[in-house]
Write a protein that binds this ligand. Sequence first.
Ligand SMILES: Cc1cc2nc3c(=O)[nH]c(=O)nc-3n(C[C@H](O)[C@H](O)[C@H](O)COP(=O)(O)O)c2cc1C
Length: 311
Amino acid sequence: MVSTKTEIAGFEFDNCLMNAAGVACMTIEELEEVKQSSAGTFVTKTATLEARQGNPEPRYHDVPLGSINSMGLPNHGLDYYLNYLLELQDKEPDRTFFLSLVGMSPEETHTILKKVQESDFRGLTELNLSCPNVPGKPQIAYDFETTDKILSEVFAYFTKPLGIKLPPYFDIVHFDQAAAIFNQYPLKFVNCVNSVGNGLYIEDESVVIRPKNGFGGIGGEYIKPTALANVHAFYQRLKPEIQIIGTGGVLTGRDAFEHILCGASMVEIGTTLHKEGVAAFERITNELKEIMAEKGYESLEDFRGKLKYID
Ligand SMILES: Cc1cc2nc3c(=O)[nH]c(=O)nc-3n(C[C@H](O)[C@H](O)[C@H](O)COP(=O)(O)O)c2cc1C
């Protein structure tokens, strides 16, 4: 029997596939649809303290090899997602869900996390340190000093299971520096990667999204090698208590297989879910199980992190 079940921070999930934050998770209706699909769980849209409209449209565009977006963090605000999750955890006590959040300033991030800490929320919290699309704001995770400061402040009061969503890094020294910071904290997971920041896609003579004169985060097929490199770089460098969620460029079961081979304990699907809908979970799960069966693997543990090198 081939199983794709997994575990993060001691919580069990029937399937290792789930949505990536920002796709199919803005409304309760969308979250319910993911919950009822073959996905193992869901993560909410990244919530800010107050609801946000986000950037003017068009702000997302499907392209042949993926997607480009500059959403500007549209969301219904923390209370919308937190209240829903608080109800859900009583209705479905055997399942665990992810709440994604970030403040528009460090102060707001602390206000949000303190609210979650003081609530009865029993799920997993993902702090989005990698939001490339809010004009005028640098993304936190590219500023190691700020990242270290925020994490040290957060862990002074936050005791629930917490992970961080990271942008891709492209330099070995940055992998080393980032991992050295993360290893100082009781993080439960890192999620690699968010969109590859600030690409530009052109059709005829024009950009395809309105914000930032067309610059936007890239997802989908384009980014798989970068995503796999980040998953594996952190798998090699982080203490074993910090698990990895692999995100980026998953179109097929083979892509999910590669993320797990690089060390991922959970695999998220963004652009493909946007293009294909929740049926993608069943298709990709079946493809992954087929590969595992062919190779004689019964569980993810049989091959997680076991990427082979050439001597
Ligand atoms: C429309 C859209 C909205 C997104 N919003 C968020 C978000 O709110 N928070 C977050 O952490 N990542 C967000 N992302 C990034 C995705 O979660 C994911 O990291 C990225 O798209 C790479 O995965 P993919 O190649 O499967 O698309 C968003 C991506 C897209 C396409």
